[in-house]
Design a protein around this ligand. Sequence first.
Ligand SMILES: C[S@@+](CC[C@H](N)C(=O)[O-])C[C@H]1O[C@@H](n2cnc3c(N)ncnc32)[C@H](O)[C@@H]1O
Length: 265
Amino acid sequence: MDPRPQAATARIRSDVAHNARVWNYWLGGKDNYPVDRAVGDRVTGMYPSIGEVARADRAFLGRAVRHLAGDVGVDQFLDIGTGLPTVNNTHEIAQHTAPHARIVYVDNDPIVLAHARALLTSSLEGATEYVDADAHRPEQILRAAEPTLDLGRPVAVMMLGILNFVLDGDEARSIVRTLMAAVPSGSHLVLTHPTLELGGEGNEAAMRFWNENATPPITARSREEFASFLEGLEILEPGIVSCSRWRTSPREPEVAQFGVVARKP
Ligand SMILES: C[S@@+](CC[C@H](N)C(=O)[O-])C[C@H]1O[C@@H](n2cnc3c(N)ncnc32)[C@H](O)[C@@H]1O
């Protein structure tokens, strides 16, 4: 799909903090506005480990994609809720291991769309595509991914830090089910999600502040709610853990963000 930076620019609101830009700020990026930095700083004041959560989430993404592309042999990735381009984007990690890997990125934030060209630097052997679409419309995402991904072969469906913006649990489960029903056995689901468990209790007030001052609104989920996204899938070792602990040392400090990789049998 054609990333239309000019049309995207018209949709950008610089007066309201947006998740993709605040996430970019917490990761040390420069693609954010004063309003994003102000809200980002207020949240950090209430919940000081939010920057560690963001960094741990990205590091988890790197380990999960390397494992899938390298050890498992998955070479197609559907990365929904891409975020702003940063270091070690999904296609860079996947194609470093498997140069022929094909990646479709999906986000609905116009600022991500405006920067999408930075995500379209595929290896010659592989492919990357960017789709401006909403996670609430999984069928539309699948249709848009089809020209780039062969949905008859295994796909890694990645939803890192995005189901938390689908506030209704039944809808979030239905989105995951629709996506995973469209891909064959051997496909994988890669998820991260904020929680008030794992030491995240202090995030409650920060999330309330976020919901009053920024977009889109967010929710945390318990381990049980997170596990409900994995119905019918085989959970890879080490299971549902803090994303900072996924295939790292058990001495690694936990962050209040679940991470998991699961396989469709
Ligand atoms: C917390 S960031 C995570 C970025 C990246 N996945 C990561 O883990 O570093 C969440 C991203 O999801 C995107 N997002 C939020 N709601 C969305 C929706 N309904 N449809 C598509 N993207 C959405 C935001 O624009 C943002 O870029």
